[in-house]
Design a protein. Sequence first.
Length: 98
Amino acid sequence: MRKTLLAEFTALPGSKERVAELVKEYAARVREEPGNLAFEVYTKESRPLAYWIFEVYADEAAFQAHLTAPYGPPFNAALQPLIEERESVLTFLSPLGR
């Protein structure tokens, strides 16, 4: 069963360009993971510092592999002082029955 989630965070004023750079680099790496099906980065039109990242992994094993990727901790460490939240807020999603 696919693992789908939404990661959210808000860049601090003055850090917009650096956050965008970090996220673009990270997204490129995540999209190369064998079990990643989607890693789409959005900002809110009404709040361009607010990021929403829609992520889909083939299954729980693929998601766990993503969590243990060696580039994840350095990304999170670089991102943390540039965002309002203590860390990305994750919302796990379930498909609505058809």
